[in-house]
Ligand binder design. Structure first.
Ligand code: CA
Length: 311
């Protein structure tokens, strides 16, 4: 169902990851406090089948795994989460994302590795944490889990979607009106989830910047999903010579199909080509295009824009 005309949802992308290391509990608490409507969880599995909130299939870019567990990498040099038990992963120090080859931080102005270390969080722990905050604040902030690489997990012998759905069911997220969206890049996985859970669980089909999107594809998505999570680049193609934005027709087609639109990722320190400043980007997507939600690393900046769009 489209939410045009209402304030779009603020989806805290990996938490308040603009200020604290992605997917740390601290980053989730900060995003909660800054006014997010939904907190995002990227989900992968450990060797012993525990669901962890981590973005990559490997641990190298966000932890000290290489120095702590030498000799445990695969042929590509990476240490995969699925090759470690959760108790091993719990001993690692997690921090800001770096290039493991050079140690250079991906976002140099963000929280540094030197400023503190963090621990891995399981899906169960994070759900308890958010529900605890909902109880103590009286607010109702939702979860926004992503099933990461389900086909890859299947090749490793893990039915990741089934594990995620079981956890959502056990925690009350398959009830009507519970605050949850389930997201995935893999269409087949989402089709199966829709078949098994029915319409009670809102589903978002993620679309990468490399996807060729047309009306036929969006109509097919509308058969099993409530909305789409497109890369900003699928909508904002660039700047025309006359200074106007070059936009695709994705938004208008999706709106005509009553699909919600939750584009990613809004970052003040990583603006798309052709965009002059963060407020201009937000004005385009929120005021002009009327998208239904935004994945952002900077919950506070989006909240602040929505409280005063004229500034
Ligand atoms: Ca994600």
């Amino acid at each position: 169902m489209s939410t045009q005309g209402k304030d779009p949802l603020i989806i805290a992308h990996r938490g308040a990851s603009g200020y604290l290391p992605e997917h740390s509990l601290a980053a989730k608490a900060l995003a909660y406090g800054l006014g997010a409507d939904y907190l995002e969880q990227d989900i992968i599995a450990s060797r012993d089948g525990v669901l962890l909130i981590l973005h990559d299939l490997w641990l190298d870019d966000v932890s000290d795994v290489a120095t702590r567990f030498p000799g445990r990498s695969r042929d590509d040099g990476r240490h995969y989460c699925i090759d470690f038990d959760v108790d091993e992963i719990r001993t690692l120090h997690f921090g800001e994302r770096v290039d493991p080859a050079t140690g250079v931080e991906k976002f140099p102005r963000r929280f540094t590795r030197a400023a503190g270390s963090f621990r891995v969080v399981t899906l169960e722990e994070e759900i308890r944490f958010i529900q605890g905050l909902n109880a103590s604040t009286g607010r109702n902030v939702g979860i926004y889990p992503e099933i990461k690489a389900p086909q890859w997990h299947a090749d490793q012998g893990v039915d990741l979607a089934a594990l995620v759905i079981d956890t959502l069911a056990a925690n009350g997220y398959l009830e009507p009106d519970s605050l949850v969206y389930l997201q995935c890049f893999d269409a087949e996985t989402l089709r199966k989830v829709r078949q098994s859970t029915g319409p009670v669980l809102p589903i978002i089909q993620l679309l990468s910047s490399k996807t060729t999107v047309d009306a036929t594809l969006l109509r097919a998505i509308a058969e099993y999903a409530n909305g789409i999570g497109p890369s900003i680049k699928l909508i904002l193609r660039g700047l025309r010579p006359d200074g106007h934005y070059e936009l695709s027709d994705l938004v208008s087609i999706a709106q005509s199909l009553d699909l919600e639109i939750h584009p990613y990722t809004f970052r003040v320190d990583d603006l798309p080509d052709g965009c002059s400043d963060f407020s201009a980007l937000l004005r385009l997507f929120i005021t002009d295009l009327e998208v239904d939600g935004l994945f952002t690393d900077f919950t506070d900046l989006v909240a602040s824009f929505m409280s005063d769009p004229a500034k």
